[in-house]
Structures are given as structure tokens and as C-alpha cells.
Design a protein around this ligand. Structure first.
Ligand code: FPP
Length: 295
């Protein structure tokens, strides 16, 4: 299931990668006390100075990974869960503050009923298995999406881990489950409409801040970088509002093979991009912080 992911073949000289970059599978390493930037293991790993504060990932390619190995699709999802765990750890090590993973989209209900029910079981299993470790490593876990469609037992697990980790100050991990960008924007619009209907707000007062306070990622910064594995180049109804100025990175690597080296390459490319937020290069060069504030 957790076959070693390939090491970076094109990793540029001098670039160190987050944890897992050398072994290709951080899951084989012995358990460690805490996760976070500045740990000795990171001395051998290169991450660029300008890291994304918020990284969002569409974890695509589990099915193809399984198909190529003549395994059932579910084996691909299981390998994907291992890759997700390793990625969470690598992001915490690299010092990324927010990580949002697209685990189950509102459109994924259209898959064969057997795959949907096995995905939900895997989701519950992963939560039960990983939540203690995440909590003790300072990770704050949140879920976005319409959880009303999930079985009560799963919803209880989700509520419980959110409560248990609410005070944690390490990596903010957001799992998008039964999430869709259209659902998110419509929910925010309904909130605003209700506030207007109740006389708490006038239509002229609806601005970006008011609208964003009703979105699933309210209070969190917008993603700086979106990675999509598996070769497709689309957003697939993920965080439609929040991705307005996000840098997009599409990679052929199938999600179960996306390891620390692959993450380091994505972070390096992000570090080389110029983010202008509508301004000119000259403006960005003279006042880079103003450009970031233009978001
Ligand atoms: C897309 O690959 C992946 C999914 C729909 C499920 C993602 C789930 C996991 C990575 C495992 C659980 C993770 C967590 C965080 C609990 P696909 O099936 O569409 O792949 P394909 O395009 O190759 O068919």
C-alpha cells in the first residue's frame, strides 16, 4: 500500500526538500515528538524563503495509480491517505501555516455507490487513526463542506477532533469533505440575504469582507498556492471564491506518489513566481508588501 514514492529526479542542486524528501516515504521514519520548523531533520532540507502561507491541494490520481498496478481503486485511495499523512507532516516541517486538502467533493457522490461508501469508511478510519497523533503534534484540524449528508457517527468524529484541536497552535489543517465551491458561495449568499431580510444589513453594505465572513474559509487567509496532482488542469469546483489570486501548479505525478521531493519542487516554483495582484512588476519591486495587501 505505502510503496516508497520516487525521489525527485530533477531536484535542482542545493535544494533541500521537506521531510520525506530523502527516504521517499516519511511513513517509514520512527515516530517523533513534535512537528514544526526548526527541527534538526530539516537541516538537510531546502525550502525557499517565500513559502506559501496557505497551501491547497487537489489530491488527484488515486484511481489511475491503482489501475496501473492492477489493484482495486480503493487501494489507490488507501495509498492516497498515506500520501496525505506524509504531506501533512512535510508541510508542518516546512513551516506552512495552513494546508487545505480536497478529500471529497460535492460531485463525488456521483461515483459508484460502493466507492462512495468505501471512501466514507476510509475517511472515518483515517480520522480515528490519525487524529490523536495530529492533536499531540499541535495540528489544528477543521473541516469545510456540507457535513449534513454524512452519517451521524462520522459527524460526531469530525466535531470531536475539531473541538479537541481548537487550541492547537501548529499547522492548521483543513479537510474539504462534501465541499463544493458553488455550495460555499451560495451558502454565503444566503447568509447575507437573511441578514438583509432581518434588517441587520443594508444591500449597500455588502462588501467583500461581509461576504467572505460567510464562506467556509472565513477568518483564514486565501490559498497562496494550489497544487493539483494527476495531470488534469482544472479547479473542479474547489474554493472558487478564495482562489482568485492563488498561484496554480499542475503536476503529472499521481497523488499516491506525491512525496516530499515533489512538494519541494512545487514550493520552489512558487518561490520563483512574481505575484503582482494586478500591479506592475515595477510597483511590486519597489513596494512588495503593498502588492500582497492588494488581495
Ligand atoms: C481523487 O482521485 C481522489 C479522491 C476523490 C479521494 C481523495 C481521498 C484520499 C486522498 C484519501 C483520504 C484522505 C484524507 C485526507 C482522509 P481519483 O479517484 O479521482 O483518481 P483518478 O482520477 O485517477 O481516477
Amino acid at each position: 500500500m505505502s510503496e516508497p514514492a520516487p525521489l525527485a529526479r530533477q531536484r535542482p542542486a542545493g535544494l533541500r526538500a521537506p521531510s520525506g524528501c530523502e527516504s521517499g516515504d516519511a511513513g517509514d521514519e520512527p515516530p517523533r515528538e513534535s512537528w514544526g520548523r526548526g527541527r534538526p531533520e530539516l537541516a538537510r532540507c531546502e525550502v525557499p524563503d517565500s513559502l506559501p502561507r496557505h497551501l491547497a491541494i487537489v489530491m488527484d490520481g488515486n484511481g489511475r495509480w491503482a489501475h496501473r498496478r492492477r489493484k482495486p481503486r480503493m487501494e489507490g485511495h488507501r495509498a492516497g491517505a498515506v500520501a496525505a499523512r506524509n504531506c501533512v507532516r512535510a508541510c508542518a516541517d516546512a513551516g506552512i501555516e495552513f494546508l487545505t486538502l480536497f478529500a471529497f467533493s460535492s460531485e463525488n457522490w456521483a461515483r459508484p455507490a460502493g466507492e462512495v461508501s468505501q471512501l466514507l469508511s476510509l475517511f472515518a478510519e483515517v480520522l480515528a487513526r490519525e487524529s490523536g497523533k495530529l492533536a499531540s503534534n499541535g495540528v489544528r484540524l477543521r473541516f469545510i463542506g456540507d457535513r449534513s449528508a454524512f452519517p451521524p457517527s462520522l459527524r460526531e468524529k469530525m466535531d470531536d477532533v475539531e473541538e479537541r484541536t481548537a487550541g492547537n497552535r501548529g499547522l492548521n489543517l483543513v479537510i474539504a469533505a462534501n465541499y463544493g465551491g458553488h455550495w460555499d458561495i451560495l451558502s454565503a449568499a444566503r447568509r447575507i440575504a437573511r441578514a438583509v431580510e432581518r434588517g441587520r444589513m443594508r444591500p449597500e453594505e455588502i462588501d467583500r469582507t461581509a461576504f467572505e465572513s460567510g464562506l467556509a474559509l472565513a477568518g483564514l487567509p486565501s490559498p497562496d498556492l494550489l497544487i493539483r496532482t494527476g495531470g488534469e488542469q482544472r479547479i473542479s469546483n474547489f474554493l472558487l471564491w478564495n482562489l482568485a489570486y492563488t498561484e496554480l501548479y499542475f503536476v503529472e505525478t499521481l497523488w499516491p506518489e506525491f512525496d516530499g521531493a515533489a512538494l519541494a519542487l512545487a514550493l520552489r516554483e512558487f518561490g520563483e513566481r512574481e505575484r503582482r495582484f494586478g500591479r506592475t512588476s515595477e510597483q511590486v519591486a519597489t513596494a512588495p508588501s503593498d502588492a500582497a495587501g492588494a488581495r
